[in-house]
Design a protein around this ligand. Structure first.
Ligand SMILES: O=C(O)CCC(=O)C(=O)O
Ligand SMILES: [Fe+2]
Length: 241
């Protein structure tokens, strides 16, 4: 992985262009869009699918995260081969592979507020981009008191937008982006709500290689974000009284 390390950032962020082939991208997108309608959670700025884990409410039914714990269910087969490739690539160890995947869909003009993914997961997230590039902004650490609401993707911050990103990274379609350890724990990441990106005019450092044209129009992007749930309970039976 060292060969793919992004310079000028703390330990550690990595970028691998063309991590998957065009055929693999097409097959993954077909599966994402073949998922049953109720699998989609529609938020104001994007839609998402949650695979591999679910949480219990105090009543013991599926629902939002709670102190009762996180339960794991196996990832479907179509989301499993990338898990294996991430192990082969050295992103996750073979004895602790990714066991959870959030699938995000962004239409042009949509994004995600600056946030951190939080202690729910081991400090490493691997993102495969499908269908479109995007530009991901990384924001340097800030005071605890500025952290706002917490939800499915971690803790968000409105105030981070007011600051300049430490880096803006071009994530091409079919690429892999990995953030671990210090970057995972202390930086926030977000995607500005834009329909196009002016790659000649970013606030922070832009990841090379530069594309042919400075203005890149976004199309619909689907991201597969693989993580490992830190502490999971494997059997719902534990919750029966
Ligand atoms: O779509 C992306 O690349 C970022 C998604 C993200 O930050 C998340 O799911 O927590
Ligand atoms: Fe995130």
């Amino acid at each position: 992985m060292e060969a793919f390390r992004i310079p000028h950032l703390p330990s550690a962020a990595y970028y691998i262009p063309n991590f998957i082939t065009k055929d693999e991208e097409e097959a993954l997108l077909a599966k994402v869009y073949a998922a049953p309608k109720p699998k989609w959670v529609t938020l104001s700025r994007r839609r998402l699918q949650n695979w591999g884990k679910y949480c219990l409410t105090v009543d013991g039914v599926r629902g939002v995260p709670s102190a009762r714990g996180t339960l794991l269910e196996p990832l479907p087969a179509w989301l499993t081969w990338p898990v294996q490739r991430l192990v082969e690539q050295g992103v996750f160890p073979a004895d602790a592979p990714a066991n959870h995947c959030l699938v995000n869909e962004y239409l042009p003009g949509q994004g995600i507020m600056p946030h951190e993914d939080g202690p729910f997961y081991l400090p490493c997230v691997a993102t495969i981009s499908l269908g479109s590039h995007t530009v991901l902004d990384l924001y340097p650490p800030q005071e605890q008191s500025h952290r706002d609401g917490c939800g499915e993707n971690g803790c968000e911050s409105d105030s981070a937008h007011a600051r300049l990103p430490a880096a803006s990274l071009l994530l091409e379609r079919r690429s892999l982006f990995v953030q671990c350890d210090d970057v995972y724990r202390s930086y926030m990441h977000g995607i500005a709500e834009r329909a196009e990106d002016d790659l000649a005019n970013t606030d922070g450092t832009l990841l090379l290689p530069p594309p042919q044209a400075a203005i890149q129009e976004r199309s619909t992007r689907v991201s597969l974000t693989y993580r490992r749930v830190a502490k999971a309970i494997r059997s719902p039976m534990l919750f029966r009284r």
